[in-house]
Design a protein around this ligand. Sequence first.
Ligand code: AHG
Ligand code: MN
Ligand code: MN
Ligand code: MN
Length: 335
Amino acid sequence: MKRISLTQYLVEEQRQHHSIPAELRLLIEVVGRACKTISHSVGKGALGEVLGALESENVQGEVQKKLDVISNEILLEANEWGGHLAAMASEEMEDIHPIPNRYPKGEYLLVFDPLDGSSNIDVNVSIGTIFSVLKAPEGMTEPTEKDFLQPGAKQVAAGYALYGPQTLLVLTTGNGVNCFTLDREMGSWVLTQRNMQIPAKTKEFAINASNQRHWHAPVQRYIGELLAGSTGPRGTDFNMRWIASMVADVHRILNRGGVFMYPADNKDPSKPGRLRLMYEANPMAFIVEQAGGMATDGKKRILDIQPEKLHQRVPVFLGSRDEVALVTSYHQEAV
Ligand code: AHG
Ligand code: MN
Ligand code: MN
Ligand code: MN
C-alpha cells in the first residue's frame, strides 16, 4: 500500500481543488501535531500522572480533569506561534484567547473541545479532541467573542482526533471526509480511509437513555418506536450503543451508520441540550454532512444556527440521513 501522509494529502488537495490555502494547511498540521502530543499523554495514563480531577471547574460548571487542562494547554501552545491564527476559544476557557502580541497574527480562528468524553478518561475508554476552524471577519483588528459567532456553515475545516485502540484523525475541509491513522513508530498521520460515507439507513441508535423520563414528546415517540422492535411501527429491531464520548459515538456512525441524539429535555429547562454548539455540534455536523449524513437540532440544520454565545448549548440529532430526517419531522409536527 502506498502511504500518503497528512502533509502529502493536504498539499495534493491544495493543488487539485485549491480548497486549502497554505495557512490553513499549516494550521491543520499544527492541530494534528498537538493531537499527537495529547495522544502521547493520554497513552501514559497513571504512569504520566495525568489521570484524575483538579479542584477547578470550567465555565460550564464541570469539574476539570487533569487531561482537560493538559490538552487545552497543548493546543494553545502548539498554535500560538505559527502565525496562522488570530485567536482561539475552548470549552475549558471562559473567554477567547487572542494570539499574544509577541507573535504574528493570521486570519483564522480556532475553536476546540480539547478533551471530549472526560468521564471516560479514568476508565481507559476512548476519548478525543474536536476542532473547528473559522475565518476571521474581514477588517477585524482586535478579535472579540463576537468574531467567533458565525454559523457552522462558515467553517473552513473541522475534525476530531480519537484516542482509542488506535489514534485517528478525521478531517474535512469541505471536500469530503478522510481518516488518518497515527503511525506511532514514525510519529506521522497516514491516510487510511478516503471519502467516508454514512449509510442513509441504520438499525442502530445512540442516546443516554437514563434521561428518558425527562425527554420531550417527539423524542419519546421516536425512541418508543425504535424500542418497539419488529412488532412495532418500524417493523424491525434496533440496537443501542452509548459510549458517552461524542467523538467515539460519531466515529462509529461514520463507519457503519447510526443516529446520535442529545436532545433538550425537562431535566433543566434552562439548558437547551448538553452539547456545545461551537466546538461539539458544529464541527461534528460539518463532518457528518460532508459524509452524506444529516445534523439538526430537532427542527433545523445545525450549521444554519446563528450562535449567540461562545459556550451556547444546543440539542443534537445527527447521523444516518433517513433517521435524522424522521426524528426531525416528529419535532416539526409537534410545533
Ligand atoms: P466533555 O467531556 O467534552 O464535556 O463532553 C462530554 C459530552 C459528550 O462527549 C458525550 O456525548 C456526552 O457529554 C455524555 O453525556 P452523558 O454524561 O450524559 O452520557
Ligand atoms: Mn467538559
Ligand atoms: Mn465534549
Ligand atoms: Mn471536553
